[in-house]
Design a protein around this ligand. Structure first.
Ligand code: ADP
Length: 191
């Protein structure tokens, strides 16, 4: 099985790019943000706990997302692998993922990193707020906190994966189609 991670700041286009990539490479796309939003929409206990954290721009606890990831790994057998979107988001999540995969004699296949400057993050999220109506996109204060959370807790993963020779950055400032092509070129070179 392949285990790709699509990585980048909020609003970098991970979800947009992940869907067609998953289809092309027969991977199951797992977005932790989307799974959490489904839990909120369904009003589950997990969703209730996650909502306040997400709405303030903080991360939910590691064990919550790791439980969702473990469940997805167990559930989808009929694919060539997984495309993880929004996970891992902390060093401890990355270490736990390595352990989870090691237990199955597997490893992370590669990290595809979409990098955009903070100013572009803000523009894209402001645009998405008008289209999708996500509560965590609507307020500047929350968006700023998500960017801060990204720099503090998620950005250290770049060095984590560089140290393991798994980190690959693609130019993400072009159109959706151009960025998609950059990612496909990278993935074809990794396969
Ligand atoms: P974006 O990439 O635009 O920040 P996501 O849909 O990936 O949005 O995530 C939305 C929110 O869900 C995050 O701000 C965070 O609160 C929560 N979340 C998603 N994935 C994780 C994770 N791996 N660990 C902790 N919290 C997460």
């Amino acid at each position: 099985m392949k285990y790709y991670i699509i990585f980048g700041p909020p609003g970098a286009g991970k979800g947009t790019q992940a869907a067609p990539l998953a289809e092309r490479y027969n991977l199951k796309h797992i977005s932790t943000g989307e799974l959490l939003r489904n839990e909120i929409a369904e009003g589950t206990e997990l969703g209730k706990k996650a909502k306040a954290l997400i709405d303030s721009g903080s991360l939910v606890p590691d064990d919550v997302v790791e439980g969702m990831i473990a469940q997805a790994f167990g559930k989808y057998k009929d694919v060539d692998g997984f495309l993880l979107d929004g996970f891992p988001r902390t060093i401890s999540q990355a270490m736990d993922l390595d352990e989870m995969l090691e237990a199955r004699d597997e490893e992370v296949s590669g990290v595809i990193s979409l990098m955009i400057p903070d100013e572009v993050v803000k523009e894209r999220i402001a645009h998405r707020a008008l289209l999708e109506g996500r509560a965590d996109d609507a307020r500047d204060e929350v968006v700023n906190n998500r960017i801060l959370t990204y720099h503090r807790q998620t950005e250290p993963l770049i060095d984590y994966y560089k140290d393991r020779q798994k980190y690959h950055e693609v130019d993400s400032l072009g159109t959706i189609a151009q960025v998609g092509e950059n990612i496909r070129n990278l993935m074809d070179s990794l396969a």
